[in-house]
Design a protein around this ligand. Structure first.
Ligand code: WTA
Length: 650
């Protein structure tokens, strides 16, 4: 039964503001507020200045070609992303600087200097070539958070083979869908990964994903847990260490066109089928490079830690490409924050003297619940800047983060962006922006956004509406892989030539953006995007289920929790065992992150006369609210009986 505690609601009103300290402002990479106006006047010149800080084999002829909704950035330019993340740093003392500091969950660790990383990337790139991978071939990567993951991505980038990283928490079936959609002939996986003291059986899932008809011809396996030594299929599987053993230590980087595909990354949309978001080379690198430098105020001696998994876009842009293009030291951690104890993150901050920490509100709320004694055990005075991403951060969590983790001295940058946007778009600049807890503040210079009503009018200060982006930006998605119609329909059809983000937002009297969550059928569970449709299809896939509808219920820790309303077939009896079975069914079918938190049995689902399920009413039931307007229901008794069964007293 749902309990409406109202706890966080009551604390939502935090109206303190936090201007940058004089000390921070003085040393910041950018502290001149005129930069906004300059970028607005000439956004192409603004972005080109960042692009010029990268290494190009051939300079572009034209900054932007915009045939809505198709954009081309740095047209005619040639470059290589792995060259920009590695080779160019070898020309200076940076070559012996730590590029990646990695810590495994069991406590093992490794440091890769830029020179080390370059060598390992070249060897693996040669290994991929020896398997017949060529420019343009897609490669699926299904790995835990081990150094081989960024190495594999950079190796793909080096030879011009777009990668498709699939989060290690996805099931065999989800992996299979993504492999088939991308038509990858090579997959890179590991025998297993460590999570909360257990081994995640990646090789088993990988094997299950390529049974029957499959495009996959080669599976490269990283030996991490020693749990699949007897499961290597001869002729198909090859150990990573065997593949790289005799490879040359250098590999010429492909000269890629600025608009060649760098990678695709699947994300959930409003239909059950995940979308392969396409990112290209020059614009993406420019966008991630620029935002990493300015938003995180990155300096030569920073130790930067983004706690995301590289299976999500945050890891792509802000563990791998942005930081490495900047020549930064990027920390990577394999496992769970509560293993062996709840102070693991803080022990990592102390051990490597991290200066910048970038994490998600769901993690922050979890740490709040665990209590201050865990961070208090560690010296975290090295920290100088904190970041947040993935979902709206409630002011209470913001202030706790600022005070308890940042010691009241570190600016908190709340960054809004999406898989589709490639780089951060709404964010403070820590040397300029006066922070307001709970607001992502302003667009990054050169980015134009707005909040529109249904008819496409700007709602103006105070009003709520749909967040849109009115001008192209360098790291924007170029397409949905193999499905330009869906690309147009999803993002560009609501308002002509304007990007529809799928988020609600408002702008306050001072021009600050406040993000209000998704406005479509996407649920944001612990900062992970889950499509209600995907969970519903997984449920009806179980032979006992007749129909299912899912909604996101507000959750104090995870932001949203998945609640499923299920109608079972006539000969099936509702029971706790069935609830457990259905939850497990979804976890197996899609992945554990999609496991519903609650399942409610419904004799019928509330529908409009045209047969559309009214999720809004289900949300009212799940959150124990008074029912909203029920006049369009075909049969109002349906939702009334659900409410009596599951809703709270009004
Ligand atoms: C949400 C993650 C509020 C939003 C980078 C967006 C946020 C979705 C924020 C994208 C934020 C991300 N404040 N909401 N700072 N950051 N979101 O594709 O709903 O995994 O549309 O990209 O997360 O999730 P995705």
């Amino acid at each position: 039964m749902v309990e409406n505690t109202g706890g966080i609601e009551a604390l939502l009103h935090e109206d303190r503001t936090f201007p940058p300290s004089e000390e921070f402002r003085k040393q910041a990479n950018i502290s001149d507020p005129n930069v906004y106006e300059e970028a607005r006047r000439d956004p192409e010149a603004f972005w080109a200045k960042f692009a010029e800080e990268l290494d190009w084999f051939k300079k572009w002829d034209k900054v932007l070609e915009w045939n809505p909704p198709f954009a081309k950035w740095f047209v005619g330019g040639k470059l290589n992303v792995s060259y920009n993340c590695l080779d160019r740093h070898l020309k200076s003392a940076r070559k012996n600087k730590a590029a990646i500091i990695w810590e495994g969950e069991p406590g093992d660790w490794a440091v890769y200097t830029y020179r080390d990383l370059y060598r390992e990337v070249c060897k693996f790139a040669n290994g991929l070539k020896s398997l017949g991978v060529k420019k343009g071939d897609r490669v699926t990567i299904y790995l835990p958070m081990v150094p081989e993951l960024p190495i594999a991505m950079l190796a793909c980038a080096r030879i011009g083979a777009p990668h498709s990283v699939v989060f290690g928490g996805f099931s065999a079936e989800s992996l299979r869908d993504r492999i088939n959609d991308s038509q990858s002939r090579v997959m890179i996986t590991a025998d297993g990964g460590y999570r909360r003291g257990n081994v995640v059986p990646l090789k088993q899932n990988a094997d299950d994903s390529v049974t029957g008809e499959t495009p996959v011809e080669h599976v490269v396996v990283v030996r991490r847990t020693g749990t699949a030594d007897d499961k290597m299929m001869s002729g198909r599987d090859i150990w990573w260490h065997d593949l790289v053993a005799d490879q040359p230590l250098t590999c010429e980087p492909e000269h890629m066109d600025s608009e060649d595909m760098l990678y695709m990354l699947y994300t959930s949309g409003t239909t059950g089928k995940p979308k392969g978001i396409v990112h290209t080379t020059g614009g993406y690198l420019t966008g991630t490079y620029a935002t990493t430098k300015w938003v995180f105020d990155l300096k030569e001696d920073d130790v930067y830690w983004c706690t995301a998994d590289i299976g999500w876009v945050t890891g792509h842009s802000y563990i791998v490409y942005g930081p490495l293009a900047n020549g930064a030291t990027s920390v990577m951690y394999e496992g769970s924050p509560d293993y062996p104890d709840r102070d693991r993150f803080w022990s990592i901050v102390e051990k490597y003297a991290c200066t910048i920490l970038y994490t998600a509100p769901t993690a922050i709320r979890t740490f709040m619940r665990w209590g201050e004694e865990y961070p208090a055990k560690h010296d975290m005075s090295s920290l100088r800047l904190l970041g947040s991403v993935g979902e709206p951060i409630n002011p209470e969590a913001w202030v706790w983060y600022w005070q308890t983790i940042g010691g009241g001295r570190c600016p908190v940058v709340d960054t809004w962006w999406q898989t589709e946007t490639g780089s951060i778009l709404i964010t403070p600049l820590p040397g300029i922006t006066t922070l307001k807890p709970g607001s992502a503040t302003h667009t990054f210079p050169g980015v134009e956004a707005d909040v529109l009503d249904e008819a496409g009018n700007s709602v103006g200060p105070g009003g709520g509406g749909y967040l849109v982006l009115t001008k192209p930006w360098p790291a924007m998605l170029r397409n949905i892989y193999g499905d330009p119609e869906r690309f147009k329909e999803t993002y560009w059809s609501k308002y002509p030539n304007i990007y529809f983000a799928g988020d609600g937002a408002k702008i306050d009297e001072e021009g600050y953006y406040w993000l209000l969550g998704r406005v479509d059928d996407v649920i944001n569970v612990a900062a992970h995007r889950v499509s209600t449709m995907e969970v519903e299809s997984a449920l009806v896939d179980n032979p006992k289920v007749a129909e299912a509808a899912c909604i996101g219920r507000t959750d104090e820790i995870k932001g949203q929790a998945i609640v499923a309303f299920v109608t079972i077939k006539d000969n099936v009896t509702a029971s706790d065992a069935l609830i457990a079975e259905l939850k497990q069914h979804v976890a197996t079918k899609i992945g554990p992150i999609c496991r519903p938190d609650d399942i409610y049995f419904a004799a019928e689902l509330p529908k409009t006369r045209s047969g559309k399920i009214m999720r809004r009413l289900l949300r009212d039931v799940a959150e124990g609210r008074t029912l909203g307007d029920t006049t369009t229901l075909a049969d109002p008794a349906v939702v009334q009986s659900l409410k009596e069964q599951y809703g709270d007293e009004d």
